[in-house]
Write a protein that binds this ligand. Structure first.
Ligand SMILES: [Zn+2]
Length: 430
């Protein structure tokens, strides 16, 4: 039997889809058992119950931690820098403003801003973040900063980093080489931005390069793909076909894919067959794209988001992202994934009761699938004891109330509770 100090029994947990409360036994940072009435049966199994820490979760909803699968930690809190103001509210002016104001970045100041953003996300129940790091900058300052932060905060949050060419692989001189250098330095994913490249041929070439690099270095893929209202921006088709041919579709994510919101149904119908076969993932950033897209429209004005409902109904994985926190692309964004979920349910018109009752999947298992967390995620015996407690007793009420987080547990250790706010373990984030 494990030592008492390393053993905690969390009792009266309401788990989505389960009848009645469950108890969660945690030893040495992992779930040992999740069952009904565990507290009563432990003595018969040889446990000294008096030596076990017992935490009563009082019938509140317990979930795997939230995943924010699309965030730019190097950009956070830069919206008010001189010269960073995005007057038109378009994606392309955002990129221009960032490009013009990024020359003074330092590792320390990026880490300080990103730390604050991570703290906000963690307090909203997030323990898994996929962050892009802009590598179209010769010193790779963003990537260096985020790689350091990933290591420093690994006991609090899992951060995956994308080697992301914000200004293009071929439209920025040496962009493709910088992406590759980022992978050698330790980035987890290959990024791309084909719709931003100066011509379609460069965009297509970049998709070939992304898949080639992923195969060469054994990395995941996350491409900013078709983030435009242009229905003829169809790089997701090429990305999917290449990833499918390489057999790495499940390791591939297409982020944004706003153009699918404008594409015609006949095209989408045909494309769906490929997406299902390739098993690629989609990451949607609803608040940001609602704000950025449709800027060339008068009325009717497009919503800017990808086909979340139709992809989901076809069995294709869709997860969500905050994307921005006060950066040149979006002036708000506070890391509250319940707000992101609320937006997507409205924008995608996914409000049947079964859809609402199942909605937390977008922030949990779907996110873990996008991040390819495989056997390291979930409320199951043997998994890392990572979970959150929501201030609701069922999923409907959690969504209905856009409820807050009462407790976050990582490797069996409580990071914070709503009563303590912050304990010493999370002070790294301050
Ligand atoms: Zn993005």
């Amino acid at each position: 039997m494990a030592s008492a100090q390393a053993t905690t029994l969390f009792i009266n947990a309401q788990i989505a889809g389960e009848e009645g409360p469950r108890d969660l036994l945690v030893e040495n940072g992992r779930f040992v058992a999740i069952e009904e009435g565990l507290a009563q049966s432990l003595p018969a199994q040889g446990y000294d119950v008096d030596a076990i820490e017992i935490v009563d979760l009082k019938g509140k909803l317990v979930s795997s931690p939230f995943c924010d699968t699309h965030l730019h930690l190097d950009y956070v809190f830069t919206a008010r820098k001189p010269g960073a103001m995005n007057e038109t509210g378009t994606l392309f002016e955002g990129i221009q403003r960032w490009s013009e104001t990024k020359s003074d970045l330092t590792v320390d100041e990026i880490k300080s801003r990103a730390r604050k953003a991570v703290a906000m996300e963690v307090h909203h129940g997030v323990q898994y973040i996929r962050s892009h790091a802009d590598v179209t900058e010769p010193n790779l300052t963003s990537l260096k900063a985020l790689l350091e932060l990933k290591e420093e905060l690994k006991d609090i949050v899992t951060i995956q980093i994308v080697s992301f060419p914000q200004e293009g692989m071929y439209s920025y001189k040496g962009g493709a080489d910088l992406v590759e250098e980022g992978l050698r330095m330790g980035a987890d994913c290959v990024g791309g931005i084909p719709h931003y490249e100066t011509c379609r041929e460069f965009g297509e070439k970049s998709m070939h390069k992304v898949v080639e690099l992923a195969a060469k270095y054994g990395k995941l893929i996350d491409v900013h793909c078709d983030e435009t209202d242009d229905p003829n921006s169809r790089f997701v088709e090429l990305l999917s076909a290449l990833a499918y041919a390489e057999g790495i579709g499940e390791m591939t994510t297409a982020s944004h894919t706003c153009s699918l919101g404008s594409a015609d149904n006949a095209y989408f119908f045909h494309l769906t067959k490929l997406l299902k076969a390739a098993k690629i993932n989609f990451a949607c950033a609803p608040t940001e794209n609602l704000y950025l897209q449709g800027r060339q429209d008068t009325f009717p004005k497009r919503r800017g988001i990808t086909r979340v409902k139709e992809l989901t109904d076809n069995g294709i994985n869709v997860s969500l992202g905050q994307d921005s926190m006060q950066d040149p692309w979006y002036p708000l964004g506070n890391g509250n994934m319940m707000i992101i979920l609320d937006y997507v349910l409205h924008l995608a018109q996914m409000m049947s009761f079964p859809e609402i009752d199942d909605a937390l999947k977008f922030l949990t298992i779907n996110g873990a699938t996008t991040m390819h967390l495989n056997d390291q995620y979930g409320l199951e015996a043997g998994m890392p004891a990572n979970f959150i407690v929501l201030d609701a007793s069922n999923v409907f009420d959690a969504v209905y109330q856009r409820c807050g987080i009462l407790r976050s547990v990582r490797d069996g250790r409580t990071l914070f509770t709503s009563a303590t706010t912050i304990d010493s373990d999370i002070s790294l984030l301050q």
